[in-house]
Design a protein around this ligand. Structure first.
Ligand code: 13P
Ligand code: ZN
Length: 274
């Protein structure tokens, strides 16, 4: 038995590999963090390092994440390599009692630190934990090509993106009835993009990072990965349809979206409908 045999670690590794297989993680692109349950921390504890790493200031503070444990991909590490050598490419970190620092308790055995987007993930975990009464545990950032391509041609508004994506596949309004938020282009890894994403994640489960990628949150790996996958596939369908060169001849109308929401008992963001 080792850390990598534990079910939650296995599920985390599989999520990384599934993302790699989708082509969303060129080089070190993308990052994944997961907030462990108390039971999972107990399962992992026997395999944590005898000597924890140094405390590292996160640069932001979240009272509701004090003492929590997170799995994170390593900064500069490749999703491709996670399944081959998880101990060198991912880590488990403990958050300080003040909710403002982390220390590595397992993983990144050849050195490294959690993703450069850790402050952004951390702040968004805090927001999503509050927004979902503790249910949200996963934050996932990837570089899916079709969605990124749309950020070069669509107006960069949450309304425009939500409408195009909802109308690109019938299941979309059921999977993300709240729509998607859109963050304008910003330098990655900084506090500006962290704050802008947090503002959107108070009301959205997904935020498009213009000319960069997609940032999503969910309760478990299946839901979070599925949200990324559904949004990217909708973007791909729109790109394919537009690529045929005659424009959109017919589509799902706004009242059709309302009908789907009614029959599937979801609340679609009415302000985005005509
Ligand atoms: P990291 O390798 O630090 O996770 O950065 C990758 C990335 O996609 C930044 O947005
Ligand atoms: Zn990125």
């Amino acid at each position: 038995m080792s850390m990598t045999n534990i079910e939650v670690i296995q599920n985390y590794i599989r999520a990384c590999d599934d993302g790699w297989l989708q082509g969303w993680h060129e080089r070190n692109g993308g990052n994944l963090t997961y907030r462990l349950t108390t039971k999972e921390v107990v399962q992992c504890r026997p395999f944590m390092n005898a000597q924890a790493g140094e405390w590292v200031d996160i640069g932001v503070k979240a009272d509701n994440l004090a003492g929590e444990y997170f799995l994170s991909t390593g900064s500069g590490k490749y999703f491709r390599n996670v399944i081959l050598a998880p101990q060198d490419n991912i880590c488990l970190v403990e958050i300080s009692a003040q909710g403002d620092a982390y220390r590595i308790v397992w993983g990144l055995e050849k050195g490294g630190r959690p993703t450069s987007e850790f402050p952004t993930h951390f702040m968004n975990h805090s927001v999503r934990k509050t927004a979902t009464d503790g249910a949200a545990r996963v934050i996932y950032h990837a570089h899916p090509a079709n969605l990124i391509a749309l950020t070069y041609v669509l107006p960069l508004t949450s309304r425009d993106f939500s409408r195009v994506l909802w109308k690109s596949a019938t299941e979309c309004p059921v999977v993300f009835p709240g729509g998607v938020g859109v963050v304008p282009w910003m330098v990655p890894g900084g506090s500006e993009i962290a704050l802008a994403t947090c503002e959107l994640m108070k009301e959205f489960e997904a935020a498009v990072w213009s000319h960069h990628g997609l940032f999503v949150s969910g309760n478990d790996f299946d839901l979070t990965f599925g949200l990324m996958h559904t949004i990217e596939k909708a973007a791909q369908i729109y790109v394919l349809a537009m690529s045929m060169g005659q424009g959109i001849r017919q589509t799902i109308e706004d009242d059709d979206l309302r009908a789907i929401a009614r029959d599937f008992s979801v609340t679609i963001r009415e302000e985005f409908l005509d």
